[in-house]
Design a binder for this molecule. Structure first.
Ligand SMILES: O=C(O)CCC(=O)C(=O)O
Ligand SMILES: [Fe+2]
Length: 319
């Protein structure tokens, strides 16, 4: 079997650049996922964030999870639950404006560390978008601009913990879904596994690796690339032992961004009209996604295609 794509970002600076770019391209086309090492984000910062996240979970979240979810949720259950996830989460928004000081139960050090990490991830996301532009033959800055909207992109973090589960066969940590947004950057636990992606009909583990960042493509990049890059189904399994930390950051379009396939890609590939992905306002996509997250993405694209009529989109100029 092929190996899960791992990108050593240091290789982008030397004579291995072309092969590294090729691995990224193959990952975007055929996996929807890849994992970054030597991405330039300080390991010390990652270690600190991990420590603070685990402390915060113990102090503020663990008991709440036990009271709300773990107690009784699986009592008398015999077949897999299709309407719940075995996860404990909270979310923070960074862009277009931060709400981190309104999120309760975070101490100042944790807030500061999360902000610092988010800033690094934002830069990394934009660097990756430009690498994708290069592979796609789009102008530098095109994808960033395409996600912008009038107030810039939306960037947020979902801090998650997947506690041990006594009956892993009865509930997923997170049910299978594709991500709605642009590009997703995940700092996951390096010892407790659980994340899997669907490739050619098979679930494949995303390997935990210390200090790596897992990247995946969201639905919007699939639309902008007209399906060349794939937003892929993924899920989180539960385990009987160990709590899995997962800090997932979502670099998404601004709510009023108009999303549509890049015209130069359509021309280059001579795509038939029937195969063109829809054009829509991102917020409308999110309204649809809210109720259909755990279903296939295709009906969402179809539904928006059916109503796309006269959405105005100004051409994306990057110069
Ligand atoms: O926890 C993970 O590894 C993935 C989380 C995820 O897929 C999501 O929040 O959309
Ligand atoms: Fe996801």
């Amino acid at each position: 079997m092929e190996c899960f794509p791992i990108i050593n970002m240091e290789n982008l600076n030397g004579d291995k650049r072309a092969t590294t770019m090729e691995i990224i391209k193959d990952a975007c086309e055929n996996w929807g996922f890849f994992e970054l090492v030597n991405h330039g984000i300080s390991h010390e910062l990652m270690d600190k964030l991990e420590k603070l996240t685990k402390q915060h979970y113990k102090r503020c979240m663990e008991q709440r999870f036990k009271d709300l979810v773990a107690s009784g949720a699986l009592e008398g259950v015999e077949t897999e639950l299709s309407d719940m996830d075995w996860e404990s989460t909270f979310s923070v928004r960074h862009l277009p404006e931060s709400n981190i000081y309104e999120v309760p139960d975070l101490d100042n050090e944790y807030r500061k560390t999360m902000k610092e990490f988010a800033l690094e991830l934002e830069k990394l996301a934009e660097q990756l978008l430009d690498l994708l532009c290069e592979n796609l033959g789009l102008e530098k800055g095109y994808l960033k601009k395409a996600l912008c909207g009038s107030k810039g992109p939306t960037f947020g973090t979902k801090v998650g913990n997947y506690p041990p589960c006594p009956r892993p066969e009865l509930v997923k940590g997170l049910r299978a879904h594709t991500d709605a947004g642009g590009i997703i950057l995940l700092f996951q636990d390096d010892t407790v596994s659980g994340l899997q992606l669907l490739k050619d009909g098979q679930w494949i583990d995303v390997p935990p690796m210390r200090h790596s960042i897992v990247i995946n493509i969201g639905d919007q990049l699939e639309v902008i690339t007209n399906g060349k890059y794939k937003s892929v189904m993924h899920r989180v399994l539960t385990h009987t032992e160990g709590t899995r930390m997962s800090i997932a950051s979502f670099y998404n379009p601004g709510s009023d961004a108009v999303i549509y396939p890049a015209p130069t890609l359509l021309e280059k590939e001579e795509v038939n009209q029937s195969e063109v992905y829809p054009k829509f306002v991102f917020d409308d996509y999110m309204k649809l996604y809210a109720g259909l997250k755990f279903q296939a993405k295709e009906p969402r694209f179809e539904a928006l295609k059916a109503v796309e009529n006269n959405i105005k989109a100004t051409p994306i100029a990057t110069a």
